[in-house]
Design a protein around this ligand. Sequence first.
Ligand SMILES: [Mg+2]
Length: 323
Amino acid sequence: MSALSEFSLIHHYFETLTPQREDVLLGIGDDCALLKCPHDHVVAVSIDTLVAGVHFFADVDPQSLGYKSLAVGLSDLAAMGATPAWFTLAITLPELETNWLKSFSQGLASLAKEHNIQLVGGDTTRGPLTISIQVHGFVDPKKALQRSGAQLGDMIYVSGCLGDAGAALQYQLNQWDDAKLTDQDKQYLKQRLERPTPRLSLGQSLSELASAAIDISDGLLADLGHIVEKSGVGARIDLDKLPLSSALSKIDRKIAQGFALESGDDYELCFIVPPQNFSQVEKDLKGQVTRIGMITDDKGIYYLDKDDNLSPLIGIGYDHFAY
Ligand SMILES: [Mg+2]
């Protein structure tokens, strides 16, 4: 690496860009950061690594990459109902490109400011482009949203729209296209892939209302699959209820439902609501969330087919939705 040492690199591009919090007793620049946690909360911690060519295109806009690298961690905090506080960053770069780093740090900082999360430490190395971010948030341990709380008779909800990021990825890989999509639609889908919205305020309001939650990083079926497995229950989904954006509403319904069920990277929340909270969720979160099914005592995830038979959804693969 150049004359800029690891220490000065982090200082130069990152230190002053993120909010300065009072609970950071000592930030970047010593062997460790010193951090103060509120006495009635615990720290929720999660780490994600993004690798060029695996999780993102190496030539992706660095500002979007900075944004997304933090967004995926914030989404995990949202899924626990936690409030963001601090993060650390490990960045591996093939070479020191100051313009690239500047843009990357600006994308990262814009989201950090929005959610009052401070960078408190970091590490840089030379190698294939890789970003690791560990996020830390506060949560009341009695209210943390876990995957294991779903019960028979609870309802399944999701936030936002599903499948947009997956459609954008398939389009960018030249594996799918649809003549009905305008340039504006494609731009919207790309934005959803590159700049997902972590649902933090929703997650915090769900901590009083939901019995279980997860963020949708690997696709609805995979992630709802974690909830049913951890909770020892099953699920039944109404495919016609899957919320689709206006872009995906234009394309073949089966293909759109395939994206919504199986493609990842949307970073919406999937959450489970017990009967006593149905009406409050429908009232308070109207327009933000959609009820897509219910928790059953079947083992696995099913839908009702056109002949009213229950058919399994797990492991059917993209082929089933044939695009
Ligand atoms: Mg997650």
